[in-house]
Design a protein around this ligand. Structure first.
Ligand SMILES: [Zn+2]
Length: 408
């Protein structure tokens, strides 16, 4: 079937999909480590919806004492392939959401999805409600159209994505749910026109530096050690050193190089006549997969030791966040090239690229699985007044069906 034809059949389901998105968005699924009760009620809704479509599924449970049920459930639907039965193409969505944040920042109630001008507003409707509904209807439509894939197709509705996937994707991977030939589409990030296919991530590293000198009166600097003065020099030298040592251009990424930026600077003393005895600042670093965060930390350590020795200060480091990038997925992999071709055939000038980090596709890549992140959306995740564009439910579902038809 041509893409336009597939899209036409999916368009007939638009109202059903919208209603499903509204129902799902009305059920709180706030991650327990962000103050909620988890996604259990959404899992129950999904099971009822799959039952309604006559789609069989299995449930994978991971023990977690942070939720009332004592476990987190992910739902798996499998459709057997006709030829390559040792290979599965996965479509992966997550059921949990972040917390709504400041209620006053919302113009519509976060847990009461509201339609306005072709958009549906509500917490989690885009992240990751759009994907949950799209892949559920991809599955329902496969059944309706009698699509018989050559390899297995898996639809995974995962728990616990928003705080690191320990009780979702990681637990599933550790349990051996994924096979060595599997590939995946993760619709958890994207672009407004659907042109961007994410295939790689930079490593993410935040370092907070604390310089301890000795406080003194501003008029008697010889009695103290000015931690702020040392901090300023250290920050600049770190930026310069790292940018020079790890200068390398990889056109897959935007920007195409590693970034090392001084960001947060903590308040120090209350008065201009006090020589600060303590200085704290942070750096945000996004490191191309070509370099390891470990070697960057080693370079930082060398600069720090020089400063401690030269200025007689103590410098300590904390690491509020670190996510080491797995090797990227090749744009030539079957899934990346199939998705690119399907989109181009549909008139969308798709291209593969990398981002500054990090999505749960990184977890799959850690396990050696080629995984692409793609969706058509305005990137409203984790923001007040999050919305999904209703037409994108149809678009994404049609693209997934076309990918299944082309793949293998
Ligand atoms: Zn998400």
């Amino acid at each position: 079937m041509e893409f336009a034809q597939i899209k036409q059949t999916v368009a007939q389901l638009k109202d059903d999909m919208l209603n499903a998105a509204i129902e799902l968005g009305s059920i709180p699924g706030v991650n327990p480590r962000m103050g909620g009760e988890g996604e259990a009620k959404r899992v129950a809704w999904l099971q009822a919806a799959l039952d309604g479509h006559g789609i069989p599924y299995t449930v994978f449970a991971a023990k977690d004492s942070a939720v009332p049920e004592g476990e987190r459930q992910s739902v798996i639907v499998r459709i057997a392939g006709s030829e390559q039965t040792d290979k599965t193409l996965w479509f992966i969505a997550h059921l949990d959401t972040v917390a709504p944040g400041d209620p006053n920042a919302w113009h519509t109630p976060p847990f009461k999805p509201t339609i306005k001008e072709g958009k549906l507003y509500g917490l989690g409707v885009e992240d990751n409600g759009q994907a949950v509904i799209s892949i559920m209807y991809t599955c329902a439509q496969m059944k309706r159209l009698g699509l018989q894939p050559k390899c297995n197709i898996g639809f995974l509705f995962a728990a616990d994505e928003e705080t690191g996937s320990q009780y979702g994707l990681r637990a599933l991977a550790t349990a051996g749910v994924f096979g060595p030939r599997d590939e995946a589409v993760v619709p958890d990030c994207g672009s407004s026109e659907g042109t961007f296919i994410e295939v790689a991530e930079k490593s993410l590293l935040w370092v907070e530096f604390t310089i301890t000198g000795k406080q003194a009166h501003g008029s008697m600097p010889h009695l103290g050690i000015n931690a702020s003065s040392v901090g300023c020099r250290l920050g600049v030298e770190l930026e310069d050193t790292l940018k020079e040592k790890y200068a390398y251009k990889d056109a897959l990424f935007d920007p195409p190089y590693s970034t090392f930026e001084i960001t947060m600077k903590h308040a120090n003393v209350d008065s201009p006549n006090v020589l600060p005895g303590r200085d704290v600042f942070a750096m945000d670093m996004r490191i191309l997969p070509k370099f390891s965060p470990e070697e960057v930390l080693d370079t930082i350590n060398r600069v720090i030791s020089k400063y401690e020795y030269r200025y007689n200060v103590k410098i300590s480091c904390a690491y509020p966040q670190r996510a080491d990038a797995a090797p990227g997925t090749s744009p030539e992999s079957a899934i990346a090239s199939t998705l690119t071709n399907v989109l181009r055939a549909g008139g969308i000038q798709a291209y593969c690229g990398g981002i500054g980090g990090g999505t749960c596709a990184g977890i799959l890549r850690e396990y050696g699985m080629p995984a692409v992140v793609w969706s058509t959306l305005d990137e409203l995740a984790h923001q007040p007044n999050e919305y999904l564009i209703i037409d994108n439910l149809v678009q994404d579902t049609a693209v997934f069906l076309a990918v299944i038809q082309e793949y293998c």
